[in-house]
Design a protein around this ligand. Sequence first.
Ligand code: PMT
Length: 346
Amino acid sequence: MTPPAQHKNFHTSNPETSYAIDRSLPEFAAAEPTDEDNYFANHQPPTYLPEIEKEVQQFIKYHQENTGKRIALVTSGGTTVPLENNTVRFIDNFSAGTRGATSAEYFLRNEYAVIFLHREFSLLPYSRHFSHSTNCFLDFMIEKDNKIEINPKFSTEMLEVYKKYHQAQVSNSLLLIPFTTVNQYLYTLKLISEDLKIYSNKVVFYLAAAVSDFFIPQYRMPQHKIQSSATQDGELLIRLAQVPKFLSRLVSNWTSGAMIISFKLETDNAILIKKAKSALERYHHQLVIGNLLQTRKKEVVFVSPIQDDKWIKLTDEELQNGVEIESEMIPAVIALHDKWIEKTSK
Ligand code: PMT
């Protein structure tokens, strides 16, 4: 099966050679929660950004003029934090992009157009069923008469996925936009958000990416691979700055009229709802979806100013039968989006 088309002219996992050896970038102060402007003034944008802008604008225009579909911007996967300009090493996080890729499929199934802002090489809608080490596509094949074909055991299931994938492609409903580093993520998110302003309340932001909280600012990133001789008493010390919390900026400046959903990931059940509520109070957006690292595929909680906390849970039996929690989450999100559109259209 052909994987969804990726961008051909650039790879976000390559270092930005234009400034990989530039040491003249200005000093960036330790981040406060309101330092977004400072961040963008002191960090260079990815060079390929104009290419992305063109694609995003064409996609929005197409749906504005031809389909009138609502648009979901789904962010997905983890962000990397390079430790060197010419990056050999980086800090990463656990996110494989399962939540984002799965949710995107259910948005598409519900007639949304989807901009899928994802960590390059993380899971993608549709191809996720047959990729990565747990679902290697070769396991779905058999050899017959010295030819390779799909194992009949899986062909019904594959055909179903293929039809949906094909439909998303021919209807131009899925736009794949990659990032790798936290800097690429922030610049690209800002760009897409601002382009989506004209689509107003027909847009839903579904921010499922696991964004790094700490990074090394460009001005103090080592130029070349850190040498083992750089250690002190056998220890390597790395100083990380806080990534500015961009969500407040997104809500107040980068968007206009869209419904905004953030996620709250915790590992301690006792603080999940409290943290979700405090995010709502701080950022004044419409919904926080809380999940625990350990149980994120089985249960989530919707925390919003307009309804009581609402848990969505799968039973063990449902899980065993392959039910995906996103199949219940996305219709619930869409019901809230309906209400949001009704309220903000008056
Ligand atoms: O990909 P999977 O393996 O399926 O995992 C899915 C998931 C667990 C990653 C996903 O469901 C999820 O919870 N994503 C959000 C994880 C996260 O970043 O949580 P957080 O508590 O660190 O951040 C909360 C919110 O703050 C985020 O929605 C983000 O929009 C915002 N934020 C984060 C960092 C930052 N610098 N500025 C922000 O504003």
